[in-house]
Ligand binder design. Structure first.
Ligand SMILES: Cc1ncc(COP(=O)(O)O)c(C=O)c1O
Length: 516
């Protein structure tokens, strides 16, 4: 991996051929806290937050700007506490997420609670806490009115909209097939049906305990391009203007553009898979024909094509910067709303970055357990690590391709082409067909950009305990999420008494760990 890609992060550096996270060598972190590990950089998180805030504010002189980081992307309360300290709001989904962010001292006025099917009790908690409720269901405003009336309070709400996006015809990265973004966005369940918006808004405006303060759109990362953001904001602005008219001159006090901005090295790689699909269309008939020429020729050709077949890809492009996204969002919204006569003085602009804010603030460190090589019938190498893709399931769902670094061998020649694999029983291809230096047992590898959605989606497949998270701040590092033990993995299990009659269950044996 090129040095320039490493230098895309504020928190990463190379000193004496070793990867540093802020002022700590990555392998020293593993030495101290064990492996595998999720690592978060405080400096990167703060810097990302401030860049979003400043860049959006720069493009939005009309009113204040709020950054509402998507809490689901990283559930670490320490990371969240840093953001609350910075003045960030929060985008939350569930009652659990709401409880989590409120614990970190966030300003409730800057919390958006979204999600369909909100239960009455959840809504009560929202109204009592004084957070914004982002309405997703057709009957929700009436339920909110009832709950707020019972509590004798006013609920501040926004409607989550779902504009048609006819200009966005390029394929969405959320689908393996060629589905246009326009359709991909509509398939996503969230948001109020277009045809119900005018009526819901009118009802909200008539409810005495509900205040309709703004509109909300979250479409997500269908594409990393600015073209996508320009189109999205254009269609959003058109819908905002239509609703202002439908609601008799109502004006939003808050416009929320949601999240979906890519992190710089943007590990999301579905678009690369579409390329694979196309090459398979040509390659598969060719390989089928080759079989007729005998096993030797067949395997010989397979060996030559291994790289292409096993998803060896050119380096993914660097995504637009936070400043580029901010400039596109603000300039498009201002231009389009201005053209439709919607005054913006005092209007609050809000954004909810998840991956763009947390992504490159996190990395995953893992030790090599075994290097295995074969030459027949096709040459393949595996670097088996002590982690697993099951700690990074959201990444697997989005076909993530992480930049992989042998942290203490940065200057060594990349002579080993290998599958970097995890130690679950499945193929567990953490990083297919990587070019690495000659690594050996005990070497530490870093998978970059795992700060968003990965730890939050970790599971215990194969009864493997989930790893700790360490927060690095300069030359200081602290555990902010403890590693699980095997006992934790089985802690929720109950064997019914009747099944214990014939033979009592034993205690879980004490398992020795590598560090013991
Ligand atoms: C409402 C809302 N806002 C923001 C986000 C964050 O999206 P991303 O991580 O793509 O920035 C999500 C993610 O699902 C979301 O549902």
């Amino acid at each position: 991996m090129s040095r320039e890609r490493i230098e895309k992060s504020k928190c990463l550096g190379i000193r004496g051929g070793r990867l540093f996270v802020e002022d700590m060598a990555a392998s020293d972190i593993v030495e101290r806290f064990g492996s595998p590990l999720f690592v978060m950089s405080e400096a990167q998180l703060r810097s990302n937050y401030r860049r979003y805030r400043d860049a959006l504010q720069h493009g939005w002189p009309d009113g204040p700007v709020d950054i509402l980081p998507a809490f689901k992307a990283n559930l670490s309360l320490a990371a969240r506490r840093i953001l609350s300290e910075e003045g960030a709001g929060a985008d939350v989904y569930s009652p659990g997420e709401l409880a989590g962010v409120l614990r970190t001292g966030v300003d409730p006025e800057r919390v958006s609670v979204n999600g369909g099917g909100k239960e009455r009790e959840h809504l009560r908690n929202c109204v009592e806490a004084g957070v914004r409720i982002t309405v997703e269901d057709v009957g929700e405003v009436d339920l909110i009115e009832e709950v707020a009336a019972e509590l004798g309070k006013t609920a501040r709400i926004r409607l989550r909209v779902k504009p048609p996006l006819p200009g966005l015809w390029k394929p969405t990265d959320f689908a393996r097939a060629f589905i246009p973004i326009d359709l991909g966005f509509q398939v996503y369940k969230s948001g109020l049906p277009l045809e119900s918006l005018a009526g819901i808004g009118r009802r909200a405006l008539n409810h005495p305990h509900v205040e309709l303060v703004g509109l909300h759109l979250h479409a997500g990362r269908h594409s990393a391009s600015l073209w996508y953001w320009e189109g999205l904001m254009r269609h959003y602005a058109a819908l905002i203007a239509d609703l202002c008219e439908a609601w008799g001159g109502w004006r939003p006090r808050e416009i929320d553009v949601g999240g979906g901005m890519a992190a710089p090295r943007d590990p999301h790689s579905r678009m690369l898979e579409r390329g694979d699909f196309l090459s398979s269309l040509v390659g598969y008939p060719l390989l089928a024909a080759l079989r007729l020429l005998g096993e030797k020729t067949y395997h010989g050709v397979l060996s030559r094509l291994l790289g292409a077949l096993l998803h060896e890809h050119p380096t993914r492009p660097i995504a637009p910067s936070i400043e580029d996204y901010a400039a596109t969002i603000t300039s498009t919204l201002r231009r389009e709303l201005g053209a439709r006569g919607i005054g913006l003085a005092g209007v609050r602009l809000q954004a909810e970055p998840g991956r763009g804010l947390y992504g490159d603030a996190g990395l995953h460190l893992t030790r090599v357990k075994v290097v295995k090589k074969q030459t027949e019938p096709v040459p393949l190498n595996w670097v088996l690590t002590d982690t697993t893709e099951f700690f990074m399931m959201c990444g697997t769902l989005e076909s993530n391709r992480y930049d992989v670094i042998a942290v203490d061998k940065i200057d060594a020649p990349l002579t080993l082409q290998a599958e970097v694999v995890g130690h679950s029983c499945g193929p567990d291809r953490l990083a297919p067909s990587q070019h690495l230096p000659e690594v050996q047992r005990g070497d530490v590898l870093a998978l970059l950009d795992t700060g968003a959605y990965q730890e939050a989606s970790a599971s215990n497949f194969n009864a493997i305990p989930r790893p700790a998270t360490v927060l690095v701040c300069g030359a200081d590092a602290t555990i902010v999420k403890k590693a699980e033990t095997v006992a934790d993995v089985f802690a929720r299990d109950v064997i019914p008494e009747r099944l214990l009659k014939t033979q009592p269950a034993g205690e879980l044996p004490q398992l020795r760990r590598a560090a013991d």
